[in-house]
Design a protein. Structure first.
Length: 243
């Protein structure tokens, strides 16, 4: 004889029911769902890069997010993880590919975008009146490096920067300063004045004793060859000193 269920109809059996919690699904706002005047790519084309935040510019480069995360949300997470744009420039490709949603194609686009500023030629706008005028020109090719590199800026008679080139690479604890190579580059480029800079991967731009000795050697060599020596800068990603 079937047992009557409590509160039920006699002769019937109520099947036991399990209470399974429902999964909460949070809708993801895709960039395509935004009004056109709020989409990063459209705003970039209409208003220029200055109108976009760092995350929006990175989202344009990423192009797409991943399942459950828009490109803009992914860009925010990426910048937060690496420490903003300066941190992104210092992060190695293999570290970026270890982040969820960042594959080789996205990393390649980011690396290409970060490299382009050092390829442009802003030299016509640079005229040297002090060491500070050289910082943007000489710091740019040294940002993000994990080893020391020496770069030279060649100037004409009017002290306009006409050429910038790397002449030596060293280990993380010091770069060899080849005075002869520096002077040879300046003379080959018909330069009348020059400046040099190298980076300190440690992040401390304080000139060492070796740095100051190198400055004295360059001054003497410049006087011997009839060139004007404009200075020797020690730079980091966000600071600099004159040696």
């Amino acid at each position: 004889m079937a047992a009557a269920s409590a509160g039920g109809v006699p002769g019937t059996t109520r099947r036991a029911e399990l209470s399974v919690p429902r999964r909460t699904v949070h809708p993801v706002m895709r960039i395509a769902d935004l009004p056109p005047d709020q989409r990063p790519r459209e705003r970039l084309l209409r208003f220029g890069s200055h109108a976009l935040t760092d995350a929006e510019l990175v989202a344009v480069l990423l192009s797409a997010g991943q399942i459950g995360e828009s490109a803009l949300s992914l860009a925010h997470r990426l910048l937060h993880t690496v420490g903003g744009v300066p941190g992104l420039a210092r992060t190695r490709p293999e570290q970026l590919t270890g982040l969820a949603g960042i594959g080789p194609a996205k990393v390649a686009r980011l690396m290409a975008a970060l490299a382009l500023p050092s390829r442009r030629d802003p030299l016509d706008e640079v005229r040297v009146t002090s060491a500070q005028d050289l910082v943007p020109v000489l710091q740019r090719p040294l940002i993000g490096l994990h080893h020391e590199r020496l770069v030279v800026a060649v100037c004409d008679r009017r002290l306009r920067v006409r050429h910038v080139a790397a002449v030596a690479d060293g280990a993380s604890d010091g770069a060899f300063l080849p005075v002869r190579d520096v002077l040879s580059l300046v003379l080959r480029r018909d330069g009348h004045a020059f400046a040099v800079a190298h980076n300190h991967p440690s992040g401390d731009p304080t000139p060492s004793h070796t740095d100051r000795m190198a400055t004295r050697k360059l001054k003497i060599a410049a006087e011997t060859t009839g060139l004007q020596f404009l200075g020797h800068l020690i730079v980091t990603d966000d600071d600099w000193r004159e040696a």
